[in-house]
Design a protein around this ligand. Structure first.
Ligand SMILES: [Zn+2]
Length: 432
């Protein structure tokens, strides 16, 4: 099958066909995030297609997924008035049907999942996804709906986010790790994928995940009279911000805009490895020695932003995107973020996720100190919202079958027969 895109390596210039699974350059050298180059250079949304696959000419996919959602972009006039920013626009990813937003897992992680599913080869190996919660919920929902085998691995603390409006298909297997943090969850998922011949999903390294998030910018460019000057988002791994920068650079090359937006990226003031690395001009994002991110997470309003090893100094990573866009990092403390979340609910009429509240608090501060000026057009990415609205209306329930992996079982180097049996059952429906 000839695809409409190829993979390229930003480090060595390698270019090659995509097998739907690759997460890195086949040559060995310093790490870099693979890029995609598309046959179509011009920006050609397909007006007859709803949802994010209207941008399929610029997505690394071999199929589209029916009924896919997308980010909804609208002029936030009242919120802008409250902040003193008359040209403020919101990109909303979540559940808010009154605005046309229908992502039932309530965050932009669902956009990533749609694109990763569209990229998979025919008859794919079992996808193994490690996540603290929102990504897990998005992949579980979509793999269930489209009958794709997957194993979702979460720390025990992420179980509460695994709630769904319909029962999950048997091709989706859920594992909860007792006492694990995020890094341990990823390591466990890697080992499990190797043992059972599955494929780790890959996070930021997966070109499809970033392309899915990049559709936020494409939707905004379609909706706005001209592309925004400033882009504001809360970041943990910063995959969304990297994706937006990549999409914006592609639009510049296509002649559809003059320059990428200034990235203004916000973290919890209580734990901010990206902010610290940027301000100290360090070569890597490493948090203060001795502090475990899950301890920091307890102090932060948005614990999903407490990624201790974001792709900062890697080629094409956060540092390159901030430098290339003349951007900067922002901070927002817990109290400011809580107040921002309340402001959004009051003015716009829907609840937003803690990470979105952090972004809004950072924007509010930047408007106050004139880091962003009233003459600039601003796109605020509300990366998740409407969860409360969705719960009241759709009444989701906790996933019925979650296999718990005890700490003792996890620390041994082998996987029990029970556990492998549980995971391998994911393949059954598609092989039948
Ligand atoms: Zn390379």
């Amino acid at each position: 099958m000839t695809l409409h895109y190829a993979l390229t390596c930003p480090v060595c210039g390698w270019q090659g066909a995509d097998d739907g699974l690759a997460l890195g350059c086949p040559r060995s050298h310093a790490p870099g995030l693979l890029q995609t180059s598309y046959t179509r250079r011009e920006f050609t949304p397909r007006p007859q297609t709803d949802g994010m696959f209207r941008y399929q000419d610029w997505l690394p996919v071999r199929r589209t997924v029916p009924d896919a959602g997308s980010a909804v972009v609208y002029p936030a006039t009242r919120l802008g008035a409250a902040l003193g920013l008359p040209d403020l626009w919101v990109s909303f990813s979540g559940y808010w049907p009154e605005r046309g937003a229908r992502l039932e897992t309530a965050t932009f992680k669902e956009l990533e999942a749609y694109c990763v599913l569209g990229r998979l080869p025919e008859d794919p190996p079992t996808l193994v996804v490690a996540s603290v919660g929102n990504t897990a919920a998005a992949f579980a929902r979509l793999c269930s709906r489209y009958a794709l085998p997957c194993v979702i691995v979460v720390p025990e603390t992420g179980v509460e986010r695994l709630e769904f409006t319909e029962p999950l298909a048997p091709c989706v297997r859920l594992l909860a790790l007792e006492g694990a943090d995020y890094a341990e969850t990823i390591a466990y998922a890697d080992a499990l994928a190797l043992r059972m011949g599955g494929q780790v999903e890959g996070g930021t390294r997966n070109v499809a995940r970033r392309a899915g998030l990049g559709t936020v910018w494409l939707s905004a460019v379609e909706a706005m009279p001209r592309p925004a000057d400033v882009y504001v988002q809360a970041v943990g791994s910063a995959a969304g911000a990297i994706a937006v920068h990549e999409a914006a650079a592609r639009l510049v090359r296509a002649g559809a805009s003059e320059c990428p937006p200034r990235l203004m990226l916000c973290q919890n003031a209580e734990y901010a490895p990206l902010y610290d690395a940027w301000c100290a001009e360090r070569d890597d994002a490493v948090p203060d020695a001795g502090e475990r991110p899950e301890e920091a997470a307890e102090r932060c309003l948005a614990d999903e932003l407490t990624n201790a090893r974001p792709p900062y100094a890697v080629a094409g990573g956060v540092r390159d995107c901030l430098t290339g866009s003349h951007g900067r990092m922002l901070l927002a403390g817990r109290e400011d973020a809580l107040a921002a979340g309340a402001l959004f609910a009051e003015v716009e009429g829907v609840d937003i996720e803690p990470a979105s509240a952090v972004a809004l608090a950072g924007l509010r501060r930047a408007a106050q100190d004139r880091t962003i000026t009233p003459d600039e057009s601003v796109l605020l990415n509300i990366t998740g919202g409407g969860r409360g609205h969705m719960r009241r209306r759709l009444q989701p329930t906790r996933a019925a079958h979650i296999h718990r992996v005890r700490r003792a079982e996890r620390s041994s180097d082998s996987f029990s027969r029970d556990l492998l049996h549980h995971c391998e059952a994911a393949q059954a429906p598609t092989r039948a």
